[in-house]
Write a protein that binds this ligand. Structure first.
Ligand SMILES: [Zn+2]
Length: 257
């Protein structure tokens, strides 16, 4: 435990923007940056060839389309993220290249503009409830992620445990500017879930368009172990689909699971 903690601390020190490593180590790799709203080159075009039968139907807003388009990106196509219904998905299964990144990081943590605004609102609301939200890590470039990942491989007790919590470069949601690690500034790692901040976030984050991206028991679907601190901005409309307690994953909600 001491050895592990020391290793993780070292790993964290090496991460420019702070990583989430600790006991279970953190994967600093997930999410995606660009405004979740932009239409990607590879995204589905739901309305394209649909024979319109009803005048007032809104194809994209209704229930999720049957099956999302397969991720067939290769080469330079990886400069843009995979998207389902305009929601960016960056993960081990849907990586991006080193050339992909948020157009213009705006906040001190390089977060996407909409995500940053939502975070501000959420932080203010929590403060009213006497709860403190501190950003531990926001945007991370491909290069930074590579450093974090290689460092984790060297310092974790095993390669397997390093990979459970750390994304390889290109597979981190932090490269999108839509993923953010939050805590109270004191208690990190899994115990963060039991702090007032952790409890408040898990209960209210969806109201501000954030979801808990790596819920407990969903490692097979997300590719990452439970991370009570990692939140992903998806907007309130998508976040509302995650249900109470936020036990669903983005993979399930988008039909990728
Ligand atoms: Zn994270």
């Amino acid at each position: 435990m001491n050895r592990l903690a020391a290793a993780l601390t070292t790993a964290c020190l090496l991460a420019a923007s702070g990583c989430a490593l600790q006991e279970p180590g953190h994967r600093s790799a997930e999410a995606s940056p660009t405004p979740a709203m932009s239409a990607p080159a590879t995204s589905v075009s739901p309305t394209a060839s649909l024979p319109v039968s009803t005048p007032s139907q809104t194809p994209t807003a209704a229930a999720s389309p049957s099956a999302p388009a397969k991720d067939t990106r290769t080469g330079r196509e990886l400069d843009q993220p995979y998207q389902v219904d305009s929601v960016i998905v960056v993960s081990k299964a849907h990586p991006v290249s080193a050339r992909y990144g948020p157009p213009k990081p705006t906040s001190p943590y390089g977060l996407d503009l909409a995500a940053n605004q939502a975070l501000k609102k959420m932080t203010a609301a929590a403060k009213k409830d006497g709860v403190k939200i501190v950003v531990r890590s926001g945007y991370r470039s491909y290069a930074t992620q590579k450093q974090v990942y290689n460092n984790a491989l060297r310092n974790y007790p095993s390669v397997a445990s390093a990979k459970r919590y750390n994304a390889p470069p290109g597979a981190s949601e932090h490269q999108t500017g839509l993923g953010v690690d939050l805590w109270d500034g004191v208690t990190w790692s899994l115990p963060m879930a039991n702090t007032a901040t952790g409890k408040w976030l898990h209960k209210h984050c969806h109201e501000y368009g954030f979801v808990l991206r790596y819920p407990k028991g969903k490692e097979k679907l997300t590719g990452y172990a439970y991370e009570p601190w990692h939140f992903r901005y998806v907007g309130t409309a998508v976040a509302a689909k995650f249900g109470k307690g936020n036990t669903l994953t983005l993979e399930e909600v988008l039909g990728l699971a």
